[in-house]
Ligand binder design. Sequence first.
Ligand code: NAP
Ligand code: G4F
Length: 350
Amino acid sequence: MKRALITGIAGQDGGHLAKFLHEKGYEVYGIIRGQMEASHPRYKAVQAEMPYVHLVMADLLDLAALTRAMQEIKPDEVYNLAAISHVGYSFRDPVLTADVTGKGVLNMLEAIRLAGLEKTTRFYQASTSEMFGGLDYNRPEKGYTETATFHPRSPYGVAKLYGHWITRNYRESYGMFALSGILFNHEGERRGPEFVTRKISQSVARIKYGKQEKIELGNLDSKRDWGYAGDYVKGMWLMLQQSKPDDYVLATGETHSIREFCELAFKEIDIDLKWEGNGADEKGVDTSTGKTLVSINPEFFRPAEVDLLLGDPSKAEKELGWKRDVDFKGLVKLMVTHDLAAEEQIIQLG
Ligand code: NAP
Ligand code: G4F
């Protein structure tokens, strides 16, 4: 039985990956942070959701705890998913973001070496399309590939770029099987409510049941290459099964605006949106009632924005045989359907 260690087990991807690896027959260990005892409500909630995961307490900032975990578990595969992962938040707390999202990767790699596992343990680093920055000058027509130029536009993107390069450096310096998946946005029913897609799908469900009047958003113009997280964790695993370590882009090859996501999400509850006004005065209005359902709150604007992300997953499709099951429309439907069911359950429970 192979042993896998996942950091960021309590996050969106951690849950999908743990289930996927468990179903493949892995013994799965997951790192959870904080002063957690088995009686802690958060620890209990994660354990209840994933009873097959052995939870290990450690923090990405704590090299000693990470080294101990490596020595005790001796994992065959390590998936480093832990990070301060919210781009907007990284502008508010850039130092912590650099420490966790950047230097935390170095701590993981060093922990593997200090435990003497650098020749046996395979390491996956969660790199990101945020490293490209979405600017015109570096954007290939068919989308970003593994060799496109990086130009990160947030403290998060800069920290991730350090993680990306230090992973590559450990591969080249010590012959470690260490690689990065450069993943474009992936979403789903486990997505945190602080990210725009989940904020929209949860709000649409609350609006449907009269618990919320409207959604306040920031930049509606930005475009993202959105896929389903369940499809992307398969790609992470495939990368670590190859005979040689290499970096791969995972993306859908399609890009859509925040506005389009809103339109499709409201369609799921039979509301057609039309857009009125410009800039900070723009509104999304219900065509049949005239009610404003989306408005702009400049609080959600970022000091620098990534306007457009589009990835080219050709290499992963060709070399890994990676395929996706969920397209953009399917993703919006899946998320809104999930959140409507959750609201219905709350209502039924009183
Ligand atoms: P997520 O839901 O935000 O999960 C991140 C996890 O990291 C959380 O469980 C968090 O723990 C944990 N964490 C934060 N700081 C930590 C620390 N100091 N020590 C240990 N754990 C810590 O992120 P995700 O969407 O699953 O993404 C997984 C990874 O892929 C992240 O590295 C992200 O940056 C990267 N990525 C994501 C996407 C995407 O679209 N989802 C795209 C490209 C790359 P708590 O639960 O305690 O907060
Ligand atoms: O959902 P977002 O916060 O995701 P973002 O910034 O693209 O980052 C996510 O994807 C990255 C991969 O490219 C990951 F590396 C990263 O960890 C994270 O998972 O924002 C998407 C877009 C942005 O342009 C943002 O300005 O939506 C815009 N937006 C508009 N209104 C909003 C809002 N974003 C958020 N979070 N909240 C809003 O109200």
